[in-house]
Design a protein around this ligand. Structure first.
Ligand code: TRH
Length: 399
């Protein structure tokens, strides 16, 4: 076990000499999901399991958007008790080579060869995970925790598959999350303060439908903006600054839609929001009635928010993402009445390139979708939290 004092501070129950040391390697492909998942996992392993966590990240700019206190110019720093190393090049493995008890290679990024060699020389081989991307497909359970022996060294890599069904690694969920959401939802003061701080305005009236919109560029948004403008009741749109902002700006006849801007047309009012630190994103989901999310981590957060949501899945070559979209729908929509199930599937497909999204139809099924969202959050929790599942397996190997 590591005694490195620069590693994250262990919780009171775990002394520095017995805390498990964990290195997480993250190469950012694009967007925020890679570092978003790694950073959330790191924070949870440190705060809930008392592990001494170090994150190797190759893109501190993306990381800083989620964690504004991160300095861009430091090779090594400690943030919230977690050591962050700027992983400068594939061969770099930190200023001093130390191998952790648990090594997590996120999303198939390749570990520095010098680090792998040091893993093999360690008196006790570390528990080595390849943390995969989330998929709701059935095959995931068969491959979860499969070992893969290294071709040259006496090391075994274990494939850890997040998933939405039994037998998978589950998805990340902090212990305090449900209580934090319940407290926010039960407090008109918290809601009021959030609206004023985030949008500069008081909360909208109770009859407004509040929609958060986090998405990639999406041609279907033009039609949806028109439908919201013409809808029977007020729609309040909350748009974190990002890839969809340009289309929203164009709709309102503006050249851009920067944070702090508001615009209105017909029954639609839109607020452009600043991109928040990661811990602040959940409140946006809690403050909204319907959440548009994307990628991996926000998709998971929307499920824990227990509100109806629409997923813009990360697009892959040859439409490889479409079976994944349907696999998620199969879980999420499982117990919905057939007409609501079909409406939801049509809307998700339209949002992902097939057809035109029908807002009126979606709204018609909102009560059923709301009931199912709450029920699904309970079902998903049965699979267990990813950090807890990973920690449990790692500890069983370290015994
Ligand atoms: O940014 P993404 O599109 O990331 C994607 C996916 O992870 C995809 O699977 C992966 O292959 C690709 O990146 C490379 O979406 P995702 O996963 O939702 O990550 C966004 C993160 O940003 C998430 O942790 C929530 C966070 N966030 C904030 O911290 N503040 C904000 O204001 C917003 C809108 C998001």
């Amino acid at each position: 076990m590591s005694t490195d004092p620069t590693r994250s501070a262990p919780t009171a129950a775990v002394s520095a000499s017995t805390a498990i040391a964990c290195d997480i390697f993250c190469a950012v492909i694009d967007n925020f999901g890679d570092i978003g998942v790694c950073w959330r996992l790191a924070r949870q392993l440190a705060s809930e399991h008392g592990w001494q966590v170090r994150v190797f990240a190759d893109d501190l700019h993306a990381f800083q958007k989620l964690c504004p206190s991160l300095a861009l110019d430091r090779a090594r720093q400690t943030v919230g008790g977690i050591v962050v190393e700027h992983w400068r090049e594939p061969a770099h493995a930190g200023d001093t080579l130390e191998v952790a008890d648990v090594v997590i290679e996120a999303f198939g990024c390749e570990l520095p060869p010098i680090y792998v060699a040091a893993m093999a020389e360690r008196e006790r081989a570390p528990v080595w995970f390849n943390l995969e991307y989330l998929s709701a497909e059935d095959w995931v359970a068969d491959f979860h925790l499969r070992p893969s022996p290294h071709p040259r060294y006496a090391l075994t890599k274990t494939f850890f598959f997040p998933g939405l069904g039994p037998g998978t690694g589950g998805v990340l969920k902090e212990r305090h999350l449900d209580a934090a959401r319940a407290a926010f939802e039960a407090s008109p003061e918290a809601r009021d303060a959030w609206w004023r701080q985030t949008t500069g305005h008081a909360p909208p009236p109770a009859d407004a439908t509040v929609v958060s919109l986090f998405a990639y560029e999406n041609p279907a948004v033009d039609s949806l903006l028109e439908q919201w403008r013409d809808s029977a009741g007020p729609v309040v749109l909350l748009v974190p600054e990002g890839r969809i902002s340009g289309a929203v700006a164009r709709f309102f006849g503006q050249s851009s839609f920067p944070a702090g801007t508001h615009a209105a047309r017909g029954n639609l009012t839109a607020h452009a929001l600043a991109f928040t630190a990661q811990a602040g994103y959940d409140a946006l989901l809690w403050a909204s009635n319907i959440n548009f999310v994307r990628g991996e981590d926000s998709f998971v957060r929307a499920q824990w928010a227990a509100k109806p949501f629409v997923w813009h899945i990360y697009p892959q070559a040859d439409d490889a993402h479409l079976p994944k979209l349907d696999a998620a729908l199969a879980h999420y929509a499982r117990t919905l009445p057939a007409d609501a199930q079909e409406a939801l599937a049509r809307f998700w497909h339209a949002w992902n390139g097939a057809g035109r999204p029908d807002w009126a139809e979606f709204q018609r099924h909102r009560p059923a979708l709301q009931r199912r969202a709450a029920e699904w959050a309970g079902e998903l929790a049965q699979v267990g939290d990813l950090a807890g599942n990973l920690a449990l397996f790692a500890k069983s190997q370290l015994k």
